[in-house]
Write a protein that binds this ligand. Structure first.
Ligand SMILES: *Cc1c(COP(=O)(O)O)cnc(C)c1O
Length: 454
């Protein structure tokens, strides 16, 4: 028997629709509120930031939303992405469990992010938008939107969290190669950036600050819109191609997962692999356990409060109900930059409240240990973010060994780590530690949550 088994779908199996979990939820998610009036926002309130087509996806309750053909044409370059059975990893762990992973690192940008960047660029182009401004943490979203912008002839401007801007010059180079402009955040280009730098000139930045800078920049020009690479309903929606394909591939394998594992930063790749399975369970199908793995240093699902909060630090965004560490919380500078966000997608948070998923957190070193074992057995070097999912899957496989169960585990390998080799070098040099967040800063950030009546 081959060491690695690869399940490949042909192009005819490329999904024709995105799957909207909202249609199948027993309880609808809480409304998004206007920060001034505290009343539910309507589509028009969001119009300065997004084209109406994306806003309608954001508030949609339809189960299936058609993927436009020009988007499918680009998806075809790397989709359907492969599903592998990790036979060598199973052997190394000596587990009776079967481990499958869906590999999203085959996209040109190296992660799942183009699944949403491409449709977002497409719908903006269709609406006559000329320029999109966004933020990026580790640079994965920025490079994905830069790629999509170059395909559709859009100007792309990116605020990159300063600590990552300095740690990851190659991601920045990739964005610039695709034709985007990239600025370290906090920057001197915005009112909120200047205010933060005045207080702390060496501020490492955060996604919350970069979002504020991007939103502030967007509202200054009519031909410009904003884009977000995670958190929002329409971003999670676009990622559901992952889980839909994985379902078909597991059918080829004659299997169905007992456990589905994903890592959570803002929640989009996790939703991508998990929502189609959660939805199928809600419609009467089998109900696998759904495990969300987040970093112990930025634990919004396991340690955050479920409350209305802003998406950004300067409080320019609407209020959404989500698991949050508080919008003024600055996560410590660990190496999975894509997971350094104070909040969790409202839809993922809502699912956690409904008991549809199990959140768990893991420290940095355990993740790198898992990633190195994965690299040595399966050959693919995961992104530091993806290592959280690898760690989660390994933990499940070891549990199966202890319990003598041959369960089927599916996880999403959301990206490769070829731009993150400094992190691996630091790990091997013994320079990485299990960084922890500042408890008093967290308490302060939570105390500062906006007060919204029931
Ligand atoms: C951005 C990113 C993440 C975190 O974002 P989610 O929306 O939670 O998926 C995780 N992994 C990789 C590889 C990323 O690029």
């Amino acid at each position: 028997m081959a060491d690695t088994i690869k399940y490949v779908l042909d192009e005819t199996h490329l999904p024709k629709h995105w799957y909207n979990l909202v249609a199948d939820l027993p309880v609808p998610p809480p409304p998004v509120l206007h920060p001034g009036t505290l009343q539910p926002v309507g589509p028009d309130d969001l119009a300065p930031l997004f084209p109406m087509s994306l806003i309608m996806q954001e508030v949609s309750t339809e189960r299936e939303i058609e993927i436009p053909e020009p988007v499918r044409a680009i998806y075809r370059q790397w989709r359907p992405s492969p599903l592998y059975r990790a036979r060598r990893l199973e052997k190394a762990l000596d587990t009776p469990a079967k481990i499958y992973y869906k590999y999203e690192g085959v996209s040109p940008a190296g992660s799942h992010k183009p699944n949403s960047a491409v449709p977002q660029a497409f719908f903006n182009k269709e609406a006559g938008v000329k320029r999109i401004v966004t933020e990026t943490g580790a640079g994965q979203w920025g490079s994905s939107l830069a790629l999509a912008g170059s395909f559709f002839g859009l100007e792309i401007e990116i605020f990159m969290v300063r600590v990552s801007y300095n740690q990851k010059p190659y991601r920045r180079a990739l964005m610039e190669t695709y034709g985007a402009r990239c600025t370290a955040s906090p920057s001197n280009e915005t009112v909120c950036g200047r205010a933060i730098l005045a207080e702390r000139p060496d501020h490492p930045g955060s996604l919350g600050i970069a979002i504020s800078e991007a939103v502030e920049t967007v509202v200054q020009r009519d031909d410009t819109k904003y884009a977000l690479g995670s958190v929002l309903n329409h971003v999670l929606l676009h990622q559901t191609v992952i889980g839909q394909e994985a379902m078909l591939q597991l059918e080829m394998a004659g299997d169905y997962p007992d456990v589905v594992v994903g890592c959570t930063g803002g929640g989009s790749n996790f939703a991508g692999i998990a929502f189609p399975f959660i939805g199928s369970g809600l419609r009467g199908g089998p109900k696998p356990r759904i495990v969300a793995v987040e970093p112990a240093a930025c634990p919004s699902l396991t340690k955050g409060r479920y409350a209305y909060d802003f998406g950004d630090t300067a409080h320019l965004t609407p209020l959404t109900k989500m698991h949050t560490l508080g919008s003024t919380f600055t996560p410590p500078g660990f190496h999975a930059g894509g997971l350094r966000y104070h909040g969790m997608a409202p839809l993922v948070s809502h699912c956690a409240r409904l008991g549809l998923l199990e959140p768990t957190s893991v420290p940095q070193l355990a993740c790198f240990e898992a990633g190195v074992l994965f690299g040595r057995t399966e050959g693919i070097l995961p992104a530091p973010e993806a290592n959280h999912a690898v760690r989660g899957a390994i933990k499940e496989a070891l549990r199966c060994k202890e319990e003598g169960k041959s369960e089927t585990i599916l996880f999403n390998l959301c990206g490769h780590g070829h731009f993150d080799m400094q992190a691996y070098m630091d790990y091997f040099a013994g320079n990485l530690t299990d960084v922890t967040y500042d408890e008093s800063e967290l308490a302060m950030a939570l105390a500062g949550l906006p007060s919204v009546g029931a």
